[in-house]
Design a protein around this ligand. Structure first.
Ligand code: SF4
Length: 358
């Protein structure tokens, strides 16, 4: 049975003396996972920039003035070429990200479904992160052969209101619930270093660990402050916070793949090694994470060699989904116009960035 965690219990864990915390996390890790394999995902931005949301950390939000160059939705053949490259370099999963508020039925979503079919046929795990989705859209993705859907909670419910005003925390939970109505696995995590308190980090872990079942993947990102975004002046998070967060995540979600995500360029090899020891068993590979820098593949290969880590094969934890061709689909586009929430509260630092001239 799934253990339930209170915020107080998680805080107590988080503040355990570091050596004890790492030892306990490493023990949990070894009970449930091979400590010498790491799942490697490649994140591909299939549609960059121009997003209508106001996430305070994100250079893809159209309202902030960053140097980001946007692009329209990639073609299926471009995505296939990138997936083949990722596979050749040792990735078992391709995660496709589109800077959308929510998925809209139509030719673009049909193209994404074709991308899912194409990558699944390459025998790679396919993940999408496309914003909010309805149950029908989740079912269409599942039928195309989607392995995982990513939708991060980002932070605690309390602090969420200080970062995003264009959709509610509950919308995030609703999308995850829609994904759970299919066989698609759930990938959901968050970001530390956005000015949140340790209580907020614990609050996020309460929310994630209370999902039943718990997410199969939990990415833990360290904020990469980007000039022009409201969080541009946030200090880089100390590695010790990252290690504590990874270790605590590992203990409260023993079966999940804990992914060391954005912010790895800010970490030393030793720091990353301590994160792996503390229970991280997944990374994003490739020199870019959507829009922010990431160590290049050769650096990661060198680190893996040094530590004796081996990339995990695809479909170790769950079997490969079947792909149903578009012509045989049991689900049709409903053309829904769901009323996702728009809380619209004011976040002064976000507003100030919007007002600033480019
Ligand atoms: S995080 Fe996603 S939803 Fe938020 S602004 Fe960026 S692309 Fe849009």
């Amino acid at each position: 049975m799934q253990q339930s965690w209170t915020k107080e219990a998680i805080l107590e864990l988080y503040h355990t003396p570091l050596m004890d915390l790492m030892y306990r996390a490493a023990s949990v890790h070894r009970t449930h996972h091979d400590p010498n394999t790491v799942q490697v995902s490649t994140l591909l931005s299939i549609k960059t920039g121009g997003c209508p949301e106001d996430c305070g950390y994100c250079p893809q939000a159209a309202r902030y003035h960053t140097d980001l160059e946007g692009n329209e939705l990639m073609s299926v053949s471009q995505v296939k070429a990138q997936a083949l490259r990722a596979k050749a370099s040792g990735s078992s999963r391709v995660c496709m990200g589109a800077a959308w508020r929510n998925v809209k039925d139509g030719p673009e979503f049909d193209n994404v479904l074709e991308m899912v079919r194409t990558i699944n046929k390459l025998d790679m795990e396919v993940c999408c992160t496309l914003g909010m989705i309805t149950e029908n859209q989740a079912k269409r993705l599942a039928e195309a052969g989607l392995y995982a859907y990513n939708h991060n909670l980002d932070t605690s419910e309390d602090y969420y209101k200080d970062v995003i005003s264009t959709r509610a925390f509950q919308d995030r939970l609703d999308t995850i619930e829609n994904v759970r109505k299919t066989n698609v696995t759930v990938c959901s995590g968050g970001i530390i270093g956005m000015g949140e308190s340790v209580e907020d980090r614990a609050g996020m872990l309460v929310a994630l660990s209370s999902l039943s079942p718990q997410p199969e993947s939990v990415p833990i990102n360290a904020l990469v402050p980007v000039e022009g975004t409201p969080l541009e002046d946030q200090p880089i998070i100390p590695i010790w916070d990252m290690i504590r967060m990874i270790a605590t995540t590992r203990i409260v979600m023993p079966h999940t793949q804990v992914r060391l995500s954005a912010g790895r360029t800010q970490m030393s090899q030793e720091g990353q090694a301590m994160c792996f020891f503390a229970g991280a068993n997944s990374i994003f590979a490739g020199d870019k994470l959507l829009t922010t820098p990431n160590p290049d593949i050769e650096q990661d290969k060198a680190l893996f060699d040094l530590l004796g880590l081996v990339p995990q094969k695809p479909f170790v934890k769950h079997s490969q989904p079947l792909t149903v061709e578009a012509a045989d689909s049991a689900w049709t586009a409903l053309g829904e116009k769901p009323k996702w929430t728009r809380p619209g509260h004011e976040i002064e630092r976000n507003k100030a960035k919007e007002r600033k001239a480019p």
